[in-house]
Design a protein around this ligand. Structure first.
Ligand SMILES: Nc1ncnc2c1ncn2[C@@H]1O[C@H](COP(=O)(O)OP(=O)(O)O)[C@@H](O)[C@H]1O
Ligand SMILES: [Mg+2]
Length: 270
């Protein structure tokens, strides 16, 4: 965010009590029936790191994220979060993970305020006064104070994404996962969301995994980038190494060329 207000450093969402966690994906394979979606995927994410996982549609990115939060079970291999198996109930109780879904997954009948308060009320994290403080703080961080009483249907796409992030933030997560946080947004809002992700990581030292095919996001905020193609992790490096990729598969993905001489375009007469 452009204005890094000092209030950020004073807010209650610090990871002091619960430190950032590491994530280790170890030889993870996943099949749905005959379809093998993940093929022996291994990588590790350090506490407080931003790891961006890129890859074409259908390459298995969302399925991989679901394994990290324990929503899918591996066919083979495992995912460890701070040395605990991600698929165990106990891990999910002990480690605070927040997944920001692609579509936001807000409750349409609830106001923005109640969408954020829901988790805190369900888990009886605080009394209503304490909940109010946490909710308003999260809304303030995402510049959404004026949207508290609005319904999701009244919000723009960019605001909905910010509400989804604010809702994850009230959980005071040690691990934040984002699925395509900038898809369907214009480039300016996409850049704003990228900055928010980086700011949250800087201020709260939260381990962050972002799934995206937004090249600008990856190059601007990632500590490291992984590229998943057809279920295989074919590359992991700091983003700078992607500016001049040697692997033609990565080059084609990051720098797609449209051949205007292709007969398909003849009809358009351009
Ligand atoms: N629950 C499921 N059952 C069967 N197939 C699935 C399921 N979830 C995902 N898939 C398939 O796995 C593949 C990878 O999906 P996904 O991880 O959503 O891709 P993306 O990289 O676009 O996020 C797709 O072919 C998808 O149809
Ligand atoms: Mg996906």
């Amino acid at each position: 965010m452009a204005d890094r207000s000092p209030s950020l450093t004073r807010n209650p969402f610090t990871a002091e009590e619960k430190p950032a966690v590491s994530v280790a994906v170890e030889h993870l394979s996943k099949s749905f029936g005959a379809l093998q979606v993940l093929k022996d995927v291994s990588f590790a994410v350090e506490p407080g790191e931003i790891f961006v996982l890129m890859g074409p549609s259908g390459s298995g990115k969302s399925v991989l994220l679901k394994h990290i939060v324990g929503l899918e079970l591996p066919t083979a291999g495992r995912v460890m979060v701070d040395s605990h198996d991600a698929s165990s109930e106990r891990t999910r109780e002990q480690i605070r993970m927040a997944l920001v879904f692609q579509a936001g997954a807000l409750f349409n009948s609830l106001s923005v305020y109640d969408n954020l308060a829901l988790y805190l009320r369900e888990h009886q994290v605080a009394n209503e006064g304490g909940i109010r403080e946490k909710v308003m703080r999260a809304l303030q961080i995402l510049s959404l104070e004026n949207a508290a009483s609005k319904l999701p249907a009244e919000l723009s796409g960019g605001m909905k994404k910010r509400v989804a992030i604010a809702r994850a933030l009230v959980m005071e997560p040690q691990l934040m996962l984002y699925d395509e946080p900038t898809s369907e947004l214009d480039p300016v809002m996409g850049a704003t969301i990228s900055e928010i992700i980086a700011t949250l990581k800087d201020e709260f030292h939260v381990t962050t995994i972002v799934v995206s095919h937004d090249r600008d996001l990856a190059l601007s905020i990632a500590d490291r980038v992984g590229i998943l193609m057809n279920g295989q992790l074919i590359h992991v490096s700091p983003p700078a190494a992607l500016r001049d990729p040697h692997d033609p598969r990565i080059d084609d993905f990051l720098n797609p060329q449209v051949d205007l001489k292709n007969p398909r375009f003849k009809k358009l007469e351009i």
